[in-house]
Ligand binder design. Structure first.
Ligand code: GKR
Ligand code: MG
Length: 422
């Protein structure tokens, strides 16, 4: 191994970017979404990028781990994962029996650095990152229109003008929101974030969407906001309407109970979220589609491992999203291009974000898909001016942990939240 591919420096920069008042079961998005930008520099000066969560816990983990990686090889994934496990948990997880659970913190930290390390490796080799993952089997990765009920504006003055999407509460407003997403980006499938209003109301929205977009597959995701009884009551109304039903209920056991009667697949990014959850998930037949997320499954190679297990056990695979910028989207696209069984268009909040941290501004969905960004590595480069501005937002915004419930109580002081809501 050439010394030039040892890690010389690691930088973790917290950022905050503008986020619209999007509604969900937990409340409403705050005016600023937090993220961290990871830079890994090799001794030869090759820079690799990553993007992850920006909450205080993740930032503390990433900043604890970063200096300990200096001097290690960018290829030494096993050694790096072991070091992360030792720093965060005081033990070497490789010694633990599989299936492993309780690995989320390590997965998040490792996933953040793994993307940046792969970016360095690919840039050093002068190839796109997907080549290191076995090569692309598609050159464009499909994404879905991710609809949110939303307020027209944030409570108080966030210090910037309201977004141009307007209110999204009535069925007509939601059809209009979808029309704009589909017209702008060509999305070929539609996901509605549910758990906001009574399920019957949200199903009426779905019917309005079905009438307006007869050929677009539909999904709804109440984020565990429905009880088993409520879900079983509304299942007949969803029959034939959905390509999948995402996380109607909040536990593996509850999803298993729903799955026994559901006519459509159940999908999750909430109940099967680590490799150690898969045996029980299969035993209960709780979910038929797993929405992977390299930010918490442990990186791009872990996403491929999950997809492979999906092939073995007949599970559909797609990808989950939180509010994010272009480095995450590039990483999702690089890995998504390599998954033979990417069975559904992936989720992305990206159309809701106006800020960007990469040079050249926003990446652009066309025909409902993102083409693999051209060039070596992730195919994106850091805009240092934007990074500084977004870091200044972080310092000024005062938010250190996402709290959609607290934000909702500014609009509706009586808001309680809690799951199941319905
Ligand atoms: O951004 O409000 C949101 C979403 O509800 C997000 O927090 C979820 O993690 O999009 C996600 C999902 O599919 O569950
Ligand atoms: Mg979800």
């Amino acid at each position: 191994m050439g010394g030039s591919l040892r890690i010389a420096e690691v930088r973790v920069t917290p950022i905050a970017f503008r986020d619209p008042p999007l509604l969900n079961v937990a409340g409403v998005h705050e005016p600023w979404a937090l993220r961290s930008i990871i830079e890994v520099v090799s001794e030869a000066g090759i820079l690799g990028l990553g993007e992850s969560y920006g909450d205080a816990v993740t930032l503390a983990d990433l900043t604890a781990v970063g200096p300990a990686l200096v001097g290690m090889s960018v290829h030494d994934f096993n050694g790096i994962r072991r070091r992360i496990s030792e720093i965060l948990h005081g033990r070497d997880e490789a010694a633990a029996m599989f299936p492993a659970s309780g690995t989320r913190r390590v997965n998040v930290a490792f996933g953040a650095f793994e993307v940046a390390l792969l970016d360095v490796q690919a840039r050093a080799a002068g190839v796109p990152l997907h080549v290191l993952l076995g090569g692309a089997i598609r050159d464009r990765v499909p994404y879905s229109a991710y609809l949110f009920y939303k307020f027209a504006r944030h409570h108080g003055d966030p210090g910037y003008p309201a977004d141009d999407w307007g209110e999204g509460v009535s069925h007509a407003q939601m059809v209009d929101q979808t029309r704009r997403m589909v017209d702008r980006f060509g999305f070929g499938s539609i996901k509605l974030k549910g758990g906001v209003f009574e399920p019957d109301y949200e199903i009426e929205t779905l019917r309005a969407l079905r009438a307006a977009f007869p050929d677009h597959p539909l999904r709804i995701d109440p984020n565990g906001g429905w009880s088993v009884a409520t879900t079983l009551r509304v299942l007949p109304q969803l029959d034939g309407l959905l390509e999948y039903l995402e996380d109607p209920t909040g536990t593996l056991e509850e999803m298993g109970a729903v799955a026994q009667q559901a006519t459509m697949p159940l999908a999750t990014n909430m109940v099967t979220v680590e490799f150690g959850h898969i045996p029980k998930s299969l035993a209960l037949n709780a979910v038929q589609v797993i929405l992977s997320d390299h930010h918490y499954w442990g990186g791009l190679r872990a996403t491929q491992h999950l997809a492979h297990l999906g092939r073995v056990f007949g599970l559909g695979i797609s990808m989950h999203s939180n509010s994010h910028l272009g480095i995450s989207l590039a990483a999702m696209t690089q890995v998504g291009a390599t998954l033979p069984n990417l069975a559904y268009a992936a989720d992305s909040h990206y159309p809701w974000q106006v800020d960007e941290v990469i040079e050249g501004g926003k990446l652009r969905f066309e025909g409902g898909a993102l083409a693999i960004p051209p060039g070596p590595g992730l195919g994106v480069t850091l805009d240092r001016g934007a990074l500084a501005a977004l870091h200044a937002n972080f310092l000024a915004c005062g938010i250190r942990r996402r709290d959609d419930g607290q934000e909702m109580r500014k609009h509706q002081p009586e808001w309680q939240g809690g799951r199941p809501r319905f």
